[in-house]
Design a protein around this ligand. Structure first.
Ligand code: GLN
Length: 195
């Protein structure tokens, strides 16, 4: 059975667990580094990226997550998770995990429109996906190996680089599980590739 972990140090964990289970996979709240060995794919949830990074460091997850990805195991970052995955953050000297070759901007839709919803047509996933944005980042620049899956107002809000996936919005907050289902198929594919 496919087992997908959600990094459970901070942020929107429970909703991801529900979505993973709705897609027929087993879901685990990951709180200790050793648990990475029990899972086939990892979700970095939304929350607050600076706080999450601090917790990633204090619980010893930093190099462990990078190594998890290096082994070809899929990682999916949503919102703050997208920021954690980027190789560059606009206006900051240091990025975090650097799993995806892209530059991101934080709180990029402005404080006036902190939260909003939009219908997106998404490559590999389908049309009219109701995306919930909460103080969302977006991808300012993406390297050639990064595939853009969706844009909103000409800004990249979903992307994939091999076995890495990210969305600027929270796909787990609606009952439409298509984005998580896409991640489940990525995990399935990676398991076949390494079997
Ligand atoms: N603005 C937050 C950050 O910079 C992300 C918001 C979210 O995950 N909903 O970390």
């Amino acid at each position: 059975m496919i087992t997908i972990g959600v990094l459970a140090l901070q942020g929107a964990v429970r909703e991801h667990i529900r979505s993973i289970e709705a897609c027929g996979a087993k879901a685990v709240e990951v709180k200790r580094v050793e648990q990475l060995e029990e899972i086939n794919g990892l979700i970095l949830p939304g929350g607050e990226s600076t706080t999450m990074r601090r917790l990633i460091d204090s619980y010893g997850f930093f190099t462990a997550i990078q190594e998890f990805g290096r082994q070809g195991k899929p990682v999916f970052g949503t919102c703050a998770g997208l920021i954690l995955m980027a190789s560059e953050i606009d206006g900051q000297d240091n990025a975090h995990l650097g799993l995806m070759n892209m530059k991101v901007a934080r709180n990029a839709f402005g404080r006036q429109v902190a939260s909003f919803e939009a219908e997106l047509d998404m490559k590999h996933i389908g049309d009219a996906f109701n995306a919930v944005f909460i103080r969302a980042p977006y991808v300012l620049e993406a390297g050639p190996e990064v595939e853009v899956l969706a844009t909103y107002q000409d800004r990249i809000v979903a992307a994939q680089q091999g076995h890495y996936l990210c969305t600027a919005f929270h796909p787990e907050l609606t009952d439409d599980n298509r984005v998580i289902a896409h991640f489940v198929t990525m995990v399935e594919a990676s398991m076949k590739a390494t079997a």
